[in-house]
Ligand binder design. Sequence first.
Ligand SMILES: Cc1cc2nc3c(=O)[nH]c(=O)nc-3n(C[C@H](O)[C@H](O)[C@H](O)COP(=O)(O)O)c2cc1C
Length: 304
Amino acid sequence: MRYFGRMTTITTPLSKKLGLRYPIVAAPMFLISNKEMIVAAAEAGILGTMPSLNARTAEAFEADLAWIRSKTDRPFGINVTIGLTAPERLARDVELCLEYKVPVLLTSYGNPTEITKQAHAHGTTVFHDVIHLRHAKKAEAAGVDGVIAVSQGAGGHAGLIIPYVLVPYLKEQLSVPIIAAGCISGGAQVAAALALGAEHAYIGTRFIASQECGAVDRYKAMVVDATHEDVVYTDAVSGIHANFLKESIPEATTADRSPAAAKRWKDIWSAGQGVSLIKDVQPIAVIVDNIVREFHDATARLRQ
Ligand SMILES: Cc1cc2nc3c(=O)[nH]c(=O)nc-3n(C[C@H](O)[C@H](O)[C@H](O)COP(=O)(O)O)c2cc1C
């Protein structure tokens, strides 16, 4: 199949609600996502995001929001890591998101009830990260607009349930939309996620290997060179199970549950099993175009 010009839009009810060309989120990554990635993703027709904590201070975060607002009028999202953020900083970051009319808040590591109430009063959409049904039910009861189903093999903190089960199971059990996260590196996997009942694909690791990403070149190269065999699932880095590139973990690493352990994410590099399918560092616009082309190729193959 060949494409000329802008590629055909892919829509789901959720992508229409958010005003996106494609039902894809460039997922928030601690120390990795930045304002440049948000703008490039927004201009490519997907939802760019970053954790508010990627700005060192609330003042720096506000400057980032103002910069993003000056560069694009397309939707974007901000991740607030509830249990991992000092309460004052959390409150200020949420306040800033509402003041700057950030269209989507992504909540993780905690109870999203209060933030969801505040967000809804300002017309902001909220998605919450989950790895199993119990947390998904709590998030639904908290009133969130969708749950992010983080499957086995995902970059960052990941669960143990494979997406073939997690996505359709949560869809069956909940009435809010499901966003599929974990190991999605290409368009065939986006098609698979939508076929399983998800309304968005949530993609992290693929975007580490993007030109706009500020990760050091060696990290990007490791993502390109690695396969799933180079990824280890361990709680020895920060006390919570997550996937890391084996080569970046020093021998002496032991489980450390202190907040200081979070700093280790700078030197010990997280990535998901989707690394096996990542071959190049490319601009976000090219990554998105390739994913969309692969999506259309995959769905065309199903109709042959
Ligand atoms: C380096 C890295 C850092 C991450 N940091 C966060 C974070 O701060 N907050 C969050 O909600 N998710 C975080 N995640 C998880 C991603 O948002 C997303 O769920 C995950 O990357 C999807 O799986 P994939 O990497 O296999 O595409 C992180 C993932 C990676 C790879």
